[in-house]
Design a binder for this molecule. Sequence first.
Ligand SMILES: *[C@@H]1O[C@H](CO)[C@@H](O)[C@H](O)[C@H]1NC(C)=O
Ligand SMILES: *[C@@H]1O[C@H](CO)[C@@H](O)[C@H](O)[C@H]1NC(C)=O
Length: 161
Amino acid sequence: MKFAAFSLVICTICAVSLVHVSVAQISPDDFVKAHNKVRKEVGVVPISWNKTLAAKEEELAIPRISSCNVIEDPFGEIAVQASYPLTAAEAVALWASEKPYYDYDKNTCVGRNCEHYTQVVWNESVTVGCTRAQCRSGYWFISCRYYPEGNTPLERPYKKH
Ligand SMILES: *[C@@H]1O[C@H](CO)[C@@H](O)[C@H](O)[C@H]1NC(C)=O
Ligand SMILES: *[C@@H]1O[C@H](CO)[C@@H](O)[C@H](O)[C@H]1NC(C)=O
């Protein structure tokens, strides 16, 4: 029993330091720049970094690394996985690749999901916090959380001018 409790403490420490190391390799600015490039294309206001959201994603990453089963919180969170240590720009580009599937007039995704894209360009989501972590399997994931959250049902991500 004593031994089990001890290993648990060690594992928790391992997980925390693993997540911290991964996060330190990507600067918040990389996430912000990548978002703002995609947002600018459709005339959406720039996004800025929110430390509280980043801390939340870091905290959530710890239990996620064991299974790598990252289930997105439908209220303001998006995530992506890869077999390699994907960069902020790569993660945002993967989300932005859904752009052709967003039908603005019908305000729906056609042929494929596009909710990652609509969250990235959600005009009212003016702050973001992200993290990157490596799972025990070796896979990596990036997750971002937005405030205010986007993808509000029946609303469009932005106004077309
Ligand atoms: C950052 O996000 C939190 C929610 O987690 C929110 O309460 C706070 O107002 C946000 N900060 C800014 C500057 O919007
Ligand atoms: C974004 O929101 C601001 C108000 O916060 C508004 O003035 C602007 O027109 C909006 N832009 C788009 C593209 O929806």
